[in-house]
Design a protein around this ligand. Sequence first.
Ligand code: ADP
Ligand code: MG
Length: 215
Amino acid sequence: MIDVFSDSSFIYKGEIIKGKLLRKYIGGEAIVEIYENVVLKKRIPKRYRIKELDTSLRKKRTKTEVKLMSLARKQGVATPIVLDVVDDTIVMERIDGLPVRDILNEEICKSIGRDLAKMHNMNIVHGDVTPMNLILKENRIYFVDFGLAFIDSDIEPKGVDLHIFFEALRAYYDNWENLKKAFLEGYLELGDKDVIDRAEEIAERGRYVKRVSQI
Ligand SMILES: Nc1ncnc2c1ncn2[C@@H]1O[C@H](COP(=O)(O)OP(=O)(O)O)[C@@H](O)[C@H]1O
Ligand SMILES: [Mg+2]
């Protein structure tokens, strides 16, 4: 068990893992603390939910996140190793690398495509594939955030996974078309063309809604 309340040291399997708190992210769902050696991700309680329900939901979602992180790793996708899970808190390896957001290129996009196809082949839907949730370390792309991931064998959620990534590319990179092309090449190596077609359909639906709402 880890002392998750300590500010600067953790006890893991009898050993003290020391490290300074380097950064802290407060998102909608979780508080993430980056220490030198470990990362703590704690799901935030939601006041609008009944307390007992909220506690059990957070526990359950934390468990799912951990399960899918390791399932993805078993398929050859790089993810942080989970050191411990304490109720609503994940203690995991810190990936000390470069944020993919700052260095994204075609080669990296191709590799992201390959990795997402590996996950989809196991019916893991990531739910939030964006450059923010990817870190490059020692030539490997780590997927660090499985907070919205779930298991589904349908084409639709997998198509949504691709669509979310393409939208992020379009929003942040001038050369998004080339990046998207590279991603698709990687995805097609292992993945299903139907998912790509579905992603296009989803984008078209979005454009249609936009056109109609402008009339
Ligand atoms: N294991 C990790 N190693 C290094 N940085 C991490 C790790 N996990 C998360 N981060 C960093 O913290 C940020 C927030 O964590 P994330 O799991 O994405 O939380 P959220 O679900 O709130 O988006 C990530 O974008 C990433 O920069
Ligand atoms: Mg995230």
